[in-house]
Design a protein around this ligand. Structure first.
Ligand SMILES: *Cc1c(COP(=O)(O)O)cnc(C)c1O
Length: 390
C-alpha cells in the first residue's frame, strides 16, 4: 500500500529522464510526449537554456520572500507588459492560484468603483479553473463540487460559446465574466473570434471585467503568446500558468491598469515570484518570444491539424471530429471507444497524449516539435485506430 493519498490514478509508467520531445523510462523505453505534462513542458524536456537558467540561479539564490525586492520579478513583469495587453503582473505558483487572484480582483474592482453588491462572476458550463474551493465553484462542474459543499457563493454559469445566454445572465450583482478562450479540460472547445469580441462588448456595456483563463491555452500554445490575441480583444485580466514555467511551478495574473486593484496587504503568496521561478520564467520567455518561435508553432500546428484530419477521414468509424488551434488539438472518439482506454493503447505504442472531456484525446505537444514528430505520432495513432475499425 502506498503512503500517497490516492488522488490520482496514474498510468503504470515512470520516467527517468526527458530530452526534447521524448521521455525515457529507467529500462530504456522511449515515448513521444504529446502531453507535455499537460501543456506545461512547452519547451520540451531538459531544454538547455532552461537548465542553464535554473542551475545558474540555484547557485546564487533560491528564495527570499516578498518582504524584499526581487529584481527578477520586476524584470519579468516588464517583459510580460511589453509583450501583451497587460500593464501589471502578479506572480504566483499555479493555475488555481492565478484564478483565485483574478476572482479577488473582480470583487475588489467593483467594490472600489462603488458597486459592492457586484461580486458574482459569470463563467461557463464545462469550464475548468482549478481545484481550490473558489475555483471548483467557478468551474461549476458537479463532479468536482460533490462532497465539498457548501459551494463557494458568487458564480453563475451559462453555455460556452453562447453570447445571448451570457448577455441575458448579466445582472446587477455581476462583477466579471470569466472564460477560457479555448476550453482545455472540457474537451478543446474554442469560442472563436466573434465570441471573444462579443464578450468584450458585453463587459463594456455593463461595466464588468473581462477575465480570460489562459492557464492552458496561453504561453504560445496557439501560436500567439496568449490565445485571445487571435481575436484582437483586450481583456482586463488574464490568469496564466502551466507553460509559463516550462515545468517549474509558476503562475501569473496579468491586468490592465484599470483592473490593477490589488494593493499592499490585499493579496500575497510566500513563494510567488521567487528568484528561482523568475530565472526559469525569464528563460522560457526568451525562447517563446525569440525570432520565429511562435510562427513555428503556427506552422507545425497546421501540420498536426492536417494529420489529425487525415486520420479522421481515414477512420470515420473511430474519430468523429478534430478541433483546436495551434498545438492545442483535440480528436474526438466515437462513443463506443473510451478515450482513456485508447490513450492507454497509444502509451503502449510509445505515444503520450492527455484525455479530455467529451471523449476527446488531447494533443498538447512541446511547442518545439517538428513535422517529423507529427508523422511519428500519426503513425502510432493509425496503428491503434486500425484495431478499432468497426
Ligand atoms: C490546469 C488548469 C487550471 C488549474 O491549474 P493548476 O496549476 O492545476 O492549479 C486552471 N485553468 C485551466 C484552463 C487549466 O487548464
Amino acid at each position: 500500500m502506498s503512503a500517497l493519498m490516492p488522488t490520482y490514478a496514474p498510468a503504470d509508467l515512470a520516467f527517468e529522464k526527458g530530452e526534447g520531445v521524448y521521455l525515457y523510462t529507467a529500462d530504456g523505453r522511449r515515448f513521444l510526449d504529446f502531453c507535455a505534462g499537460i501543456a506545461v513542458n512547452g519547451l520540451g524536456h531538459a531544454h538547455p537554456h532552461l537548465v542553464d537558467a535554473l542551475k545558474t540561479q540555484a547557485e546564487k539564490l533560491w528564495h527570499v520572500s516578498n518582504l524584499y525586492r526581487i529584481p527578477g520579478q520586476e524584470k519579468l513583469a516588464q517583459r510580460f507588459v511589453d509583450a501583451s495587453f497587460a500593464d501589471k503582473v502578479f506572480f504566483c505558483n499555479s493555475g488555481a492560484e492565478a484564478l483565485e487572484g483574478s476572482i479577488k480582483i473582480a470583487r475588489k474592482y467593483q467594490k472600489d468603483n462603488g458597486n459592492p453588491g457586484r461580486y458574482r462572476v459569470l463563467a461557463c458550463e464545462n469550464a475548468f479553473h482549478g481545484r481550490t474551493l473558489a475555483t471548483i465553484a467557478a468551474g461549476g462542474q458537479a463532479k468536482f463540487l460533490e462532497g465539498f459543499e457548501p459551494t463557494v457563493d458568487g458564480f453563475d454559469h451559462v453555455a460556452y460559446g453562447n453570447l445571448n445566454e451570457m448577455r441575458a445572465a448579466v445582472n446587477d450583482q455581476t462583477a466579471a465574466i470569466l472564460v477560457e478562450p479555448i476550453q482545455g479540460e472540457g474537451g478543446i472547445y474554442g469560442g472563436g473570434t466573434e465570441y471573444l469580441q462579443g464578450l468584450r462588448q458585453i463587459c463594456d456595456e455593463f461595466g464588468i471585467l473581462l477575465m480570460f483563463d489562459e492557464v492552458q491555452c496561453g504561453m504560445g500554445r496557439t501560436g500567439k503568446l496568449f490565445a485571445h490575441e487571435w481575436a484582437g480583444v483586450r481583456p482586463d485580466v488574464v490568469a496564466t500558468a502551466k507553460g509559463i514555467g516550462g515545468g517549474f511551478p509558476l503562475g501569473a495574473v496579468l491586468t490592465t491598469d484599470k483592473a490593477a486593484v490589488l494593493g499592499v496587504g490585499n493579496h500575497g503568496t510566500t513563494y510567488g515570484g521567487n528568484p528561482l521561478a523568475m530565472a526559469v520564467g525569464g528563460a522560457v520567455l526568451d525562447v517563446i518570444l525569440g525570432d520565429g518561435f511562435l510562427e513555428h508553432v503556427v506552422e507545425v500546428g497546421e501540420t498536426l491539424t492536417q494529420a489529425l484530419k487525415g486520420l479522421q477521414n481515414a477512420f470515420p468509424t473511430v474519430f468523429t471530429e478534430v478541433r483546436g488551434q495551434g498545438l492545442m488539438q483535440g480528436l474526438k472518439l466515437v462513443d463506443r471507444i473510451v478515450n482513456r482506454d485508447f490513450k492507454r493503447e497509444l502509451e503502449a505504442e510509445g505515444l503520450l497524449v492527455a484525455p479530455a472531456g467529451a471523449n476527446v484525446l488531447r494533443f498538447l505537444p512541446p511547442l518545439i516539435i517538428e513535422n517529423e514528430h507529427v508523422v511519428e505520432a500519426a503513425a502510432i495513432l493509425e496503428k491503434v485506430a486500425s484495431r478499432h475499425v468497426g
